[in-house]
Design a protein around this ligand. Structure first.
Ligand SMILES: O=P(O)(O)OC[C@H]1O[C@H](OP(=O)(O)OP(=O)(O)O)[C@H](O)[C@@H]1O
Ligand SMILES: Nc1ncnc2[nH]cnc12
Length: 190
């Protein structure tokens, strides 16, 4: 049984342990050989979900506890679930990065490879102003293909990704290295 601890009282270690309890491994999904990290049980746990949102938002707070970003950007689909409440927590706007063909206005597009396939991501050209500082939020960092494609989209608008915040990173894949100089804030490393 999970003990209900108020989210603001969770230390980084307690948050790590809570995530550990609430992530479900699904073998051979969506392809043979992939161990899929299912975050559904964590999202269904109010304290766990709240603590994760607060933990991700911390990536964009300065020493005085003030937001240091202009926008929070979330990546379809699981990234949306985490990034939107992070944007509200940081009192910024939210920008959706979507799979190809979903956004109605003029877009920038980047194709990329991820752990189990290939895809194209798009963002509205007017979603980011030149000079905007951006926090990118996603659930999983695996190969880094998704996040790096997102960085390209932000840079195409003249913005800057000041940090990437993820619920978990898979250290047996090269996501961290792929990010280069961009700071990574991960709540749970496997
Ligand atoms: O570091 P990478 O190798 O790029 O992998 C990480 C990405 O893979 C998953 O997205 P997926 O495209 O499966 O989308 P979903 O959120 O729609 O399930 C996950 O949500 C990350 O965005
Ligand atoms: N193993 C994995 N589990 C869940 N999401 C992922 N995205 C990329 N690799 C993943």
């Amino acid at each position: 049984m999970v003990t209900p601890v108020p989210p603001h009282e969770l230390s980084p270690q307690e948050l790590h342990d809570r995530i550990d309890q609430l992530i479900r491994d699904v073998e051979d999904f969506p392809k043979p050989g992939i161990v899929f990290k299912d975050i559904s049980p964590l999202l269904a746990d109010h304290d766990g979900f709240t603590a994760v949102v607060n933990g991700l938002a911390a990536a964009a707070l300065d020493e005085a506890g003030e937001p240091r970003v202009d926008k929070v950007l979330g990546i379809e689909a699981r990234g949306f679930i985490l990034a939107a409440p992070v944007a509200l927590r940081l009192r910024t706007g939210f920008v959706p990065v979507r799979k190809a063909g979903k956004l109605p206005g003029p877009t920038h597009a980047v194709s990329y490879a991820l752990e189990y396939g290939e895809a194209t991501l798009e963002m509205h050209q007017d979603a980011i102003e030149p000079g905007d500082k951006v926090l990118v939020v996603d659930d999983v960092l695996a190969t880094g293909g998704t996040v790096n494609a997102t960085k390209e989209l932000v840079e195409a608008c003249g913005g800057e990704v000041i940090a990437v915040a993820v619920l978990m990173d898979l250290s047996f894949l090269p996501g961290r290295e792929a990010l280069g100089e961009t700071p990574l804030h991960s709540l749970y490393t496997i």
